[in-house]
Design a protein around this ligand. Sequence first.
Ligand code: KG4
Ligand code: ZN
Length: 346
Amino acid sequence: MLVLGIETSCDETGVAVYDSERGLLAHTLYSQVKLHAEYGGVVPELASRDHVRKILPMLDKVLAEANIDKADLDGIAYTAGPGLMGALMVGGSVATAMAYTLKIPVLGVHHMEGHLLAPMLENNPPAFPFVALLVSGGHTQLVSVTAIGEYELLGESIDDAAGEAFDKTAKLLDLEYPGGPRLAAMAEQGIIERFTFPRPMTDRPGLDFSFSGLKTFTRNLIEKNRGEDVLPEQQTMADICAGFQEAVVDTLVIKCRRALQQTSMKTLVIAGGVSANTRLREKLETALSKDGGQVFYARHEFCTDNGAMIAYAGCQRLLAGEKNKLEISATPRWPLDQLIQPQERV
Ligand code: KG4
Ligand code: ZN
């Protein structure tokens, strides 16, 4: 089955073609980072308009790279949520209009299910069952995954998501948007031991997270260490980044090990933007190898938002016979354990 995947939930336009027989045939991504940088965050209306501008040329490009014609497609998948309403509507409109004219099925995919399944695009994919750590800008969740579509939420953040904590802390340090990867890069120059941040909610049982306190901790450190200028000097900034990153990573590692123990599973999948973090990958690999476990993740470009993960997730569900009515589906808030929207599907 040949499936076109479209991702427009936030500030990245992603388009890809996945074939159930031959794998990923082509994918292309356009990031709006520069557009939003001067505002320090994503401006929803600008995001929607830019998706409108980019999506059709990107579609043509991906079909040409895959060396196929629109008429060869067997189905179309698009991100139906969670995400920004206007941005979601762009992908949904294009996908639904194409499916109507081509007379093929169309399916709205859950963005986090796309992330969760992205490691399946790699050469050595994980086998079910596994625990998934979903760490993005909007979500931090531990999920027990027994099969595609069978997800049980084990724990989640009660306040900021891990990526959000990275971004907000980066903003305090005046790092340019998007802050997460910049903070991670700066942490590499820092001395981890100089500042000891708390590991929130690790001293009590359970699998929930809380990251908002780390922001406050950072704010206080900046206050204490500020130089003549508003911000501390460069090395202190790097040390703060290293201490912050270590606290987030340690907290995630502790909870992942706990989730694996609780479910008696050995396989961990990490997905979403923060799964690109090198320190997180290293520390999980070390911790899990001691426990006889294994960690799987996607290549860097498929950790953050992309069309390939939507084409893959959509293909699996279309193969199982699911499809939507020919109505655009956009669900800005959509829990992962309520994947089927009965009113939308046929
Ligand atoms: O999955 P994603 O692209 O978008 C959402 O669905 O949210 O994740 C973006 C998030 C941002 O918060 C970004 O700062 C974070 O992932 N991120 C990172 C790294 N790369 C991206 N955080 C820490 N270290 C990184 N290397
Ligand atoms: Zn995402």
